[in-house]
Design a protein around this ligand. Structure first.
Ligand code: FAD
Length: 518
């Protein structure tokens, strides 16, 4: 009797825990393209194409390596449409003695998985995902008894555990964190090196055609599709990053330049999240670049921190806080998502450009997500569940475990500060300092109020004012609140009226639109 090993779409790693120790002669690997996953939110077309193409390539590699793969395509007439339905059907075909699966990255899928044993009547072994450095149990132990979870302390433990950028017990260079060196605004003409592009092969083209037909009304473009879909292609992308962009990764990490969609970012998150790249290996290779004198410490430390710090921390928080995190709304935000998040039709140049790169590439870099798209949603008081759904739909790297804590916790403070010590709220001045957006915007960033002023300016004070009961005692907001309280009554009224007028205008504009996407 065989072992049935379901491999999910973001588990495309040859070293996957469920495959380890299995005898290919006695194992059936089950891979499933199911409508429930492709359409439970209306994912960006390029994201669906990426996942299905990477799955089909991975199945071909497994077969070549001697595994028996039972692959269910989306257009198989018998397709049951859900993981559970397909696992039941596969159990009928193969009569397994055991189902062995790695824990999923989505709480909803895990809930379904926990019922498999009852439905199918054979033992189901759910294994920890060993592709993460810190297991869910280890993170829960680290978090237990702490009043506040802070990434920085968790990150230091991960540095010690891995030995990355360590000199014995001390951090290389004497400091744990070089973030302060990584905040330069962009000089005129800043351009990143060209990104390696991967032309779709016949298998990818077949998937692109399927997605173009079946999900024609979903958000996003397919014509620029060039994501790496195999481990080999992802390795080419990683090698190019380490050579061409890592040395300047840190310095321009927070910079935004209109039309420059990737700058010096890794653009590796989809491949990492699918399992095509090993994040620890990437960190070791980044460290080797520093040790060889080819990349500065601040850049390499910044990159390592994103992967063994933020990425692992975010995942730990997700499993600690679910399912409540999905419903959190600490600031009581209720406004629906403005239509321009789908259409890009807004006079705010920063938001228009961030939506454009999102639509074209299924990608926007971190500061565009956090300080433009997220910041606007925070300041305007958009309902966290609307925002989270949007972020899950639009990015090629968006899986629930990583998207939700970033949106609800980091961008929107919907968890009341368990993840971040203060909201990432900023006025137009920040966007102006870190980008070249404002020069070409019809709104004037230097104007504080009125119909021509950058809307971020008045919205910033409106946000602080309307949330004073919840945020007014936050020590990290002491300065802005002191400034707000020092302002004349007249000035404050002007700010609030200006923000109200903008929000009303937004609401009126949206009332006339047919909803897109969601
Ligand atoms: P780089 O900037 O080059 O960073 C290198 C790597 O570090 C990334 O590939 C990623 O694996 C990791 N990383 C960096 N920051 C984070 C973080 N905060 N959380 C987790 N990993 C991180 N990342 C996702 O992978 N999926 C998401 O759905 C996602 N949604 C986000 C939503 C919001 C509102 C915000 C603020 C951030 C989100 N992030 C998400 C984190 C981050 O923006 C992306 O990982 C990053 O932009 C991916 O591009 P890159 O590979 O060029 O990253």
């Amino acid at each position: 009797m065989t072992v049935l090993v379901p491999v999910l779409g973001d588990q495309l790693s040859h070293g996957l825990a469920s495959l380890k120790g299995c005898d290919p002669a006695d194992t059936v690997v089950l891979m499933m393209e199911v409508a429930e996953e492709a359409a439970h939110v209306r994912h960006h077309k390029a994201k669906i194409a990426l996942i299905f193409s990477a799955m089909r390539h991975f199945a071909a590699e497994l077969r070549k390596a001697g595994w028996r793969v039972d692959y269910i395509r989306l257009d198989d007439p018998e397709n049951a449409g859900s993981f559970t339905g397909e696992v039941i059907r596969a159990a009928e075909r193969h009569s397994p003695r055991l189902i062995r699966v790695v824990e999923p990255g989505d709480w909803r899928v895990e809930q379904a998985m926990l019922d498999w044993q009852t439905f199918i009547g054979c033992p189901v072994e759910i294994l920890p995902d060993s592709r993460f450095l810190c297991s869910r149990d280890e993170f829960a132990s680290w978090a237990a008894g702490r009043k506040e979870l802070r990434m920085e302390f968790f990150y230091r433990e991960m540095r010690r555990r891995t030995g990355l950028l360590m000199d014995g017990k001390d951090p290389v260079g004497g400091k744990w964190n070089y973030d302060a060196a990584n905040r330069s605004g962009p000089p005129t003409g800043l351009k990143g090196p060209p990104l390696p592009r991967f032309a779709p092969d016949a298998m990818t083209n077949e998937v692109i055609e399927l997605v173009g037909t079946r999900f024609a009304d979903h958000f996003g473009a397919l014509d620029k599709f060039s994501w790496p879909v195999t481990a080999q292609e992802a390795e080419t992308a990683a090698a190019a990053f380490l050579k061409d962009r890592l040395p300047t990764f840190g310095q321009w990490q927070d910079a935004m330049v209109r039309g420059q969609d990737f700058l010096f970012h890794a653009v590796l998150s989809p491949a990492i999240n699918l399992g095509l790249l090993d994040p620890l290996d990437l960190c070791r290779r980044a460290e080797a670049e520093y040790r060889a004198g080819r990349a500065p410490l601040a850049a390499v430390e910044g990159f390592v921190r994103q992967l063994i710090g933020w990425r692992e921390y975010i995942r730990g928080v997700y499993w600690l806080e679910m399912p409540g995190l999905a419903e959190d709304n600490y600031l009581g935000a209720t406004r629906p998502l403005p239509d321009f998040y789908w259409t890009g039709k807004t006079d705010m140049a920063c938001l228009a450009d961030c939506v454009r790169t999102t639509r074209d590439n299924a990608y926007a870099h971190h500061i565009q997500r956090l300080m433009v798209l997220g910041n606007f949603a925070l300041l305007a008081g958009i309902r966290p569940q609307d925002v989270a759904d949007w972020f899950l739909v639009v990015y090629a790297d968006a899986f629930d475990w990583v998207e939700l804590p970033n949106v609800a916790g980091m961008a929107l403070f919907a968890d009341g500060g368990r993840l971040a010590s203060k909201p990432y709220a900023a006025s137009g001045a920040y966007i102006d300092r870190m980008s070249n957006y404002c020069g070409s915007c019809r709104y004037k960033v230097k104007l504080k109020t009125g119909p021509d002023a950058c809307p971020f300016n008045a919205l910033y004070w409106h946000f602080l004012d309307r949330n004073e009961d919840k945020l007014g005692r936050n020590m990290r907001l002491a300065n802005p609140y002191a400034t707000w309280r020092r302002m004349s009554e007249e000035k404050r009224t002007e700010y609030l009226a200006s923000a109200e007028a903008f929000l009303q205008q937004l609401q009126n504009a949206d009332a006339g639109w047919a909803r897109h996407g969601q």
